[in-house]
Design a protein around this ligand. Structure first.
Ligand SMILES: [Zn+2]
Length: 400
């Protein structure tokens, strides 16, 4: 395959349905992408992920670069072979982790009265310059540097089908002056990533075509978001993403940002909302705002914490809504009320856990006993729930 193409199949008031081709097969949108941070979707193996019909999964550049490292990945022929996954994959640029993880660690150190030491005076976790970001490994405290070109080079060695431009993920509360400065940098970095990608024939080190997506930033400033949408779409990436701390966390603001930029986004390119997909309703809102691709660690993280999705897609006055009997659309499986509950997590759910009759009572027991099998059965349900929801939304759009 020599290129990447997105076909918009249908557009309605409820959103868009489309499909795109990658070197590892087709993806139908809207699509929820399970997150496999360290080349594994936590507690699931690749057979589980295939069985729950995930069409594409995500891995994190920052984590894979630090461990096992690109030399190990290269020696194994890339991430697909390494983890035994033959379907499409996407990697982020590492930008988000370098900034957000850094801030978390700094705040934790500060709260504990520690400063980060690297054999010299205390340094912040990450330091941004116009050339890139110097940061500290959360594993061993070693110092590293990502430039836009290096981020693309690392992603070429990981070998995913879709790679992301290196951007600066500005905090929500950044003022307009700082956001403007960061945005100019993000736009210069986007151009540098694009040039590096072109220079290498848009291919991974294994010879396969890699689609490159650009990322729109601008925090909560309308004029900067609009300007960023213009700048990023002008570069002609294969797809367009919207990023930032807000996206997926503050949903009213996320939808507002999506509405600001919607008119500027080309119809024939996929639109990816980064880190969005904690609650089922989030997917509906983002699809309705014209977005096609979503990823979030929430389904597996919530599963591990005993929160299991429940509810159904429904239609109301021509629109799609999510209905659930449980608060937040999920039940707390560890609660006493489920101790003798013989029903499955969600009657009608087609996941392995529900179709094999694993009861709420059994899962309640496994969760309370902290048994390893709980993590797998619960994660299978939650991940399948979000994948199935995105597929149901797609069917609803296609059938009008
Ligand atoms: Zn299920």
């Amino acid at each position: 395959m020599n290129s990447f193409s997105f076909e918009l199949q249908k557009e309605t008031v409820n959103g868009r349905a489309g499909k795109f081709q990658t070197a590892h097969g087709e993806v139908q949108t809207p699509i929820f992408m399970p997150v496999g941070t360290q080349a594994t979707v936590k507690s699931l193996d690749t057979q589980d992920i295939e069985q729950l019909k995930a069409e594409i999964i995500l891995a994190n550049t920052y984590h894979l670069y630090l461990r096992p490292g690109t030399d190990v990945l290269e020696s194994q022929g890339g991430v697909h072979q390494f983890m035994g996954w033959s379907k499409p994959m996407l990697t982020d640029s590492g930008g988000f982790q370098v900034f957000s993880l850094g801030k978390q660690i700094e705040q934790k150190n500060l709260a504990e009265g520690k400063t980060v030491q690297h054999g010299g005076p205390a340094q912040p976790f990450s330091r941004i310059t116009d050339e890139g970001v110097e940061f500290t490994s959360h594993l061993d405290g070693s110092r590293h540097f990502f430039s836009p070109s290096q981020s693309i080079e690392i992603q070429r060695k990981i070998g995913a089908d879709i790679i992301m431009a290196f951007d600066e993920c500005t905090p929500d509360l950044a003022d307009a002056a700082y956001t403007r400065q960061a945005l100019d940098r993000t736009h210069r970095w986007a151009a540098e990533c694009y040039a590096y990608w072109e220079e290498h024939q848009r291919r991974s080190v294994y010879g396969q075509y890699q689609a490159l997506f650009g990322i729109i930033q601008g925090a909560q400033h309308q004029e900067l978001r609009v300007e960023s949408a213009k700048a990023i779409t002008a570069l002609g990436f294969d797809g367009v993403a919207v990023g930032g701390e807000t996206i997926g966390y503050n949903m009213p603001m996320t939808v507002e940002i999506m509405q600001w930029i919607q008119q500027m986004l080309p119809a024939d390119k996929p639109r990816y909302a980064m880190g969005l997909g904690r609650d089922p309703q989030n997917l509906l809102d983002a699809v309705q705002a014209g977005f096609d691709m979503f990823d979030c660690v929430a389904p597996t993280r919530l599963a591990r914490n005993g929160a299991l999705y429940s509810g159904e897609l429904d239609s109301h006055q021509g629109g799609l809504v999510f209905r659930s009997d449980s608060a937040k659309g999920r039940l707390q499986i560890g609660n006493q009320q489920y101790m003798k509950d013989a029903t499955v997590i969600q009657p009608g759910c087609d996941c392995f856990t529900c179709t094999h009759g694993y009861s709420r009572a059994y899962l309640n027991h496994l969760f309370r006993a902290d048994e390893l099998t709980y993590y797998r059965l619960a994660s299978i349900h939650n991940v399948r729930f979000m994948v199935r929801l995105s597929q149901q939304i797609r069917q609803a759009i296609l059938s009008g």
